[in-house]
Structures are given as structure tokens and as C-alpha cells.
Design a protein around this ligand. Structure first.
Ligand code: ADP
Ligand code: MG
Length: 465
């Protein structure tokens, strides 16, 4: 074959691609063929790689003729076999993904490496990897997420399906993805024979649309046959895509009938999903809907303590309390704040204090800034001292409520622009001299008691900064 085989070098490859581009047009080239790469020429066989199976199939089905004729032009006329393998960018060739097109008397036939249909390689390729940080051990449980946590644990422990699907819903950054990955890890650990697939709804839809395009939804469903637990994250993204919803519905039903455990997450409850057909909504909601509620102060504090411990950094409790009070939107943001604080302290070499937190996290804190009312001060102070908010107005004089009330009056005076009589009225119609007395008392305590002063500063920052 020496006389017929030609070295296929860089410049030939470039001109090969250029010709293909001319032949199919810029947009088709950019969409489909840009990522086609040359692997090798051996005798009469040329091998190309593409980053995904989808691209491989698309190219084989739509462009193999053009590639074939260019191969003949650029290498030699004897080329009779073209192979396509899947090689993710930056990765290695995925075993079992070869598609071969072969010429027999001018008739080109496409064959698929049989191994590519084996289910054993499918789950990895089909699903997304699990994040090792997202385990049950790393998940802090509190009132807002205890149901979702318990249900997730149940799903990962039992072989028997008790509710299907498990529908986890809650706002952004409240731990839905964390719980799903935790289910995945737990099963991998304890029942490795059970196959688990986790993927985003977007990826699921993408695979699904692709199956529809090939009119091959049965093959799509087939993929799930060897799977025991299917987890689809963020299903709110399937809203609106009408024709696919119908098929999705049937696939979903089929899976449930085959006793596959399904876990779904979304940012809303099934009934609140916009642009999703009623039938699908009610199907999604027919198992257990576990709401993850917005975090409470206690949960945020618990999470921060856990995260700080994990990172092995010492953070003063006052700072953790401050962060849990002030960053309330979601856990992800709170984690980000903690990371920033630790990074800052390490880089600049300062210790972590409430002051540095205020400085470093200015932008995050600002977003929650608003005009402060006396009611808010009363509420925060009551929370802080664990007394009832009604004690702010009550005539009770016991020290345990009188002192916090005085603190609230003092803060009202120093933070808001209200007059003494106005403040007095808000505290159960007290006289302005009572307020004045409170302010004086607190100022004295500030000077004489360091701990008290610190506590007060903290409260103040929690409320006003
Ligand atoms: P969602 O998927 O609901 O938007 P994630 O699961 O991605 O939220 O959570 C965002 C971040 O917050 C992750 O880093 C996660 O580990 C963390 N997180 C959320 N809730 C908790 C919790 N209860 N305990 C520990 N970490 C949590
Ligand atoms: Mg998520």
C-alpha cells in the first residue's frame, strides 16, 4: 500500500477542512463540522474524532458523503473506510463509540461499534457527575429542610419505593441539588448495584429532543432500562416546550410503571410550574412534594458553623452570628460571603472581625439595606434576647424584659430619626422621660461593661448597617 498511502499532514488537514467548508457552507460547517478532528490514517482507513455522540451521529448521517469524497481527494482514491470516534475536548477517546462507514462496490454502509449499546457505559455518559462535597453528612438539617432531608434519605436507603416521584422544591440556593447528589452518593456507597442517574432537566430535554429528531424515543426510553433511580434537577426549565412535554409525560409514566424511583427538583411546587400541562403537573405531584423553606436564622448559623469547621478556620461566633443575621437570601450567597471573608483575612493577614466582615462584604450587605423602623428594632432585639415582641409594649418591669426594652429604645433613638415622645408611644405609650432614662442607662452600661458594649455593637450592626 506504500505507493498509494499518502502522509496526511497539517496543511492537508487544513485544506481538507477548507474544502468541506466551501462545500457545505459556513453556517453548517460552524454548527456541525468545526469540531471534527483528524486522528489517523492507516492504510485505507481514515479516523476522525468528534466531541459528542450526538455530533458523531449527525455527521455520519448528513455529511459522510462529503467527507468521503474529500478524503479521496486529499489522501488517495483507495480510501474505503471512515471511522468516527467520540473524544470529548481535552479528554480521551471514549471506548465503544466508533462508527464506521465502509465502502463495498461504491455502496457505503455504516456500522456501529456494538459495545456502544451496552448499558454499562451509558449511565456515566448520560448522566452528570456528582459533586463530592454534596453529601448527607455535609448537609445541615433544620426546620426548613427537615422533610426534604428525611425524604431524600428514605429514597437512598430503601429498595422499596414508598413515594414516587419525590419532588423537591424550593428557591435558589436552598440545597435541592445538594440533596440529590447526596442521594446519589449514598446509593453508590451502600447499594452499588443500584444504578443512579442524575442530570439537569435541560440535559434531559436535549437528549429527548434529539431522540425525537431521530424518531427514536423508544431507544431513548431504553436507556433507562438498567437504571434504578433517575434524578432530574430544575424541571422548571421544561416549561413551555409543548410537544416535548407530551412525550416526556409518557416516558415519565412508563418509568414509574417500571418501578423506577424518580426524584425531581424545581424552584416551585408542581402546581405552580408555569407553562406545564395540567396532566404533567398532577403526575409530578402525585408522590411526595417536599418543600424546602427559606432558611431561618438558626439554620443559617448552623450551616456557617459547619462550613467554617470544614474549612478548618476559626471564626469568632459574633462574626458568624452577624453573617447569619445579615445574609438571608440563600445558602449559596452566605457560603460565598464566608469564602470571601476567609480569603481576605488570609491574604491581608488580619483577623476576622465584624468590622472586617462589614468592610469586605459591603456590596452583599448593602443589597439588604433599607430604612429601619422602630418595629424592626423591637423585633430584632426581642429575637436577640429571646423575649416576646409584646414585651416591648407591656408594662412588665422584670429585669429580663426591662433591659432589652431599654436597649431597643436606645437603638431607636440612635438609629432612627424619631423623637423621644414618638419612641415612647411605640413602646406601649410610655412617657418621653422613660425613653430618656433608658438612653442614659444604656450609655452608662456601655462605658462600664465591655461585654455589654460589644453585644450592643453587634446588635446595632445587625440592625442598621
Ligand atoms: P439549589 O440546588 O437549591 O439551588 P444547592 O443545592 O446548589 O441549591 O445549594 C447551594 C449551596 O448551598 C451548595 O454549596 C450547598 O452545599 C449549600 N447548602 C444549601 N443548603 C445546605 C444545608 N442545609 N447544609 C449545608 N449546605 C447547604
Ligand atoms: Mg440546583
Amino acid at each position: 500500500m506504500d505507493n498509494t498511502s499518502t502522509i496526511f499532514d497539517e496543511s492537508k488537514w487544513l485544506s481538507f477542512k477548507k474544502n468541506i467548508k466551501k462545500n457545505v457552507g459556513d453556517s453548517a460547517f460552524n454548527n456541525w463540522l468545526k469540531h471534527l478532528n483528524y486522528v489517523s490514517v492507516e492504510e485505507t482507513t481514515i479516523t476522525f474524532s468528534v466531541p459528542t455522540k450526538f455530533l458523531r451521529d449527525w455527521i455520519v448521517n448528513n455529511y459522510s458523503d462529503k467527507i468521503k469524497s474529500e478524503a479521496k481527494n486529499h489522501i488517495n482514491n483507495k480510501v474505503d473506510t471512515i471511522k468516527f470516534v467520540v473524544k470529548p475536548s481535552g479528554g480521551r477517546i471514549v471506548p465503544g463509540t466508533t462508527r464506521t462507514i465502509k465502502s463495498n462496490d461504491n455502496h457505503w454502509k455504516s456500522t456501529m461499534d456494538l459495545r456502544s449499546n451496552q448499558s454499562s457505559i451509558y449511565p456515566n455518559e448520560f448522566g452528570a457527575p456528582l459533586d463530592p462535597r454534596f453529601t448527607f453528612e455535609n448537609f445541615v438539617v433544620g426546620k426548613p429542610n427537615e422533610l426534604a432531608f428525611a425524604a431524600s434519605q428514605r429514597v437512598s436507603e430503601a429498595n422499596k419505593i414508598t413515594f414516587n416521584p419525590l419532588f423537591l422544591c424550593g428557591g435558589v440556593g436552598l440545597g435541592k441539588t445538594h440533596l440529590m447528589h447526596a442521594i446519589g452518593w449514598k446509593i453508590k456507597q451502600q447499594q452499588p448495584e443500584r444504578k443512579v442517574i442524575y442530570l439537569s432537566a435541560e440535559k434531559f430535554m436535549y437528549q429527548f429532543v434529539r431522540a425525537l429528531r431521530y424518531k427514536d424515543t423508544s431507544a431513548f426510553k431504553e436507556q433507562f432500562r438498567s437504571i434504578d433511580v433517575l434524578m432530574i434537577d430544575d424541571v422548571q426549565f421544561i416549561s413551555g416546550k409543548d410537544n416535548t412535554q407530551e412525550e416526556f409525560f409518557h416516558t415519565f409514566n412508563a418509568l414509574i410503571e417500571q418501578n423506577k424511583q424518580i426524584v425531581i427538583s424545581a424552584d416551585k411546587t408542581p402546581t405552580d410550574l408555569d407553562g406545564v400541562q395540567e396532566r404533567l403537573k398532577s403526575r409530578l405531584g402525585c408522590g411526595l412534594v417536599a418543600d424546602i423553606h427559606p432558611t431561618t436564622y438558626e439554620l443559617r448559623l448552623g450551616i456557617l458553623i459547619e462550613k467554617a469547621q470544614k474549612r478548618g478556620v476559626e471564626i469568632p461566633p459574633k462574626v458568624l452570628e452577624f453573617l447569619s443575621h445579615r445574609i438571608i437570601s440563600n445558602v449559596r450567597e452566605m457560603e460565598g460571603a464566608l469564602n470571601r471573608l476567609v480569603a481576605h483575612a488570609t491574604l491581608v493577614g488580619t483577623s476576622i472581625t465584624v468590622e472586617t466582615a462589614q468592610l469586605v462584604l459591603q456590596d452583599l450587605l448593602k443589597s439588604s439595606n433599607k430604612k429601619i423602623t422602630i418595629e424592626e428594632i423591637q423585633k430584632k432585639v426581642a429575637e436577640h434576647f429571646n423575649i416576646r415582641i409584646t414585651d416591648m409594649h407591656s408594662p412588665r418591669r422584670s429585669r429580663s424584659v426591662a433591659r432589652p426594652r431599654q436597649i431597643a429604645m436606645y437603638l431607636a433613638k440612635s438609629i432612627t430619626s424619631r423623637s423621644l415622645p414618638e419612641i415612647g408611644r411605640k413602646f406601649g405609650g410610655r412617657d418621653h422621660t422613660t425613653v430618656m432614662h433608658a438612653v442614659k442607662k444604656i450609655e452608662e452600661l456601655k462605658l462600664s461593661d465591655v461585654n455589654f458594649n460589644e453585644d450592643l455593637e453587634l446588635l446595632k450592626r445587625l440592625i442598621d448597617s
